[in-house]
Design a protein around this ligand. Structure first.
Ligand code: SF4
Length: 333
């Protein structure tokens, strides 16, 4: 279990499940998944890991411990200023895939959904990333059959590495409901990907090149194209890293950081690390267009506003005046 991470788009990571059924980064042809490599080194000796990466193992109680971590709403981050003011952002499942086949839905409900919905858990945002959004969609439907709502502070995300992984994005759109915040992790991107009309249906796009052994090139033209498509679609865009082999205009870009994660060394136009504004203005987000939210954020003054805990606003009996008053109250305007 980790309480802090160098991953730029979150504050911490947590793993209620360790190990994974594999993907394009961990199969017979390629073994570059860092979670798989770490398991190969530590799995048999460290009790905090699955015995082997393929022997997926549950670790109940980790999420509950994480829910007690301090409240970061309204706080500054010295090392990640782009997260200033946001609730604590916790990446769920960076050392495996909790949607691996052996993990029952009952466990996922109890360990993830129920914990995120508690008073303590609702102070944070849980970024649940999977390469199995189809199973996540089934899980979401299973919850709905039991009258359990997908919590607003659990953001489902999926990984896109190449054109062939685009169906994952379509499956993810069926997780949760109309109020669910969804994100795409386009990392490691290994080829040009055309998202078409899919992109504006997401709230956040994180992009990055490949690092580690056997890294494949990352063309900065892909970053510029995705950045621009996100701007057009009103989607928050976050460039995480350029990877170990960035190419700019066909030439290798030499960077000291082997992950290409130090944005001070990047071309100026690519230093973009946005987060969805709904994270700072959750009630406004229920009504407003993304561009409106962006303007609200730009107009905000110091100190960074402290957003409320994540709850579903009850809109049933509210008049328009009530709603506007609530929005103004929450934004401090
Ligand atoms: S799904 Fe994630 S954890 Fe599993 S092998 Fe692929 S990259 Fe690694």
């Amino acid at each position: 279990m980790a309480e802090s991470t160098k991953i730029q788009w979150c504050d911490d990571t947590i793993n209620p499940v360790m190990g994974c059924d594999g993907c394009e980064l961990w199969d017979d042809a390629r073994r570059t998944c860092y979670a798989g490599l770490l398991h190969a080194m530590r799995g048999r000796t460290n009790k905090g890991f699955a015995p082997t990466f393929e022997q997926v193992k549950e670790f109940p109680g980790r999420m509950a411990k994480a829910s007690r971590w301090s409240d970061l709403r309204g706080q500054r981050r010295l090392d990640k200023p782009w997260l200033d003011g946001a609730p604590r952002l916790i990446f769920v499942s960076d050392m495996g895939d909790a949607l691996s086949a052996a993990i029952p839905f009952e466990y996922l409900k109890q360990e993830i959904i129920d914990v995120a919905s508690t008073t303590l858990g609702s102070r944070h945002v849980w970024l649940w990333l999977t390469k199995r959004p189809l199973r996540m969609k089934e899980f979401s439907g299973w919850l709905a059959e039991r009258c359990v709502e997908w919590p607003a502070n659990v953001w489902p995300g999926t990984s896109i590495t190449a054109e062939t992984s685009l169906p994952r994005a379509r499956s993810l759109l069926k997780v949760g409901d109309d109020t669910t915040t969804r994100f795409l992790s386009v990392e490691p991107q290994v080829e040009r990907v055309e998202f078409g009309d899919l992109l504006p249906r997401f709230d956040w796009v994180i992009q990055g090149g490949e690092s580690g052994g056997k890294s494949r090139p990352f063309d900065l033209a892909w970053a510029r194209a995705l950045r621009d498509r996100c701007r057009e679609g009103g989607v928050a865009y976050f460039l995480k890293q350029l990877g170990a082999r960035p190419l700019d205009g066909g030439r290798a870009l030499k960077l000291k950081d082997r992950h290409g994660g130090d944005w001070t060394a990047w071309p100026d136009d690519l230093r973009v690390r946005e987060i969805p504004e709904s994270i700072r203005f959750p009630v406004v987000a229920a009504f407003a267009e993304p561009r409106v939210l962006r303007r609200l954020h730009l107009a905000s003054t110091e100190p960074v506003p402290r957003p409320p805990a994540f709850t579903r606003p009850d809109l049933s009996a509210a008049s328009t005046d009530d709603l506007l008053a609530e929005i103004r109250r929450r934004c401090g305007t």
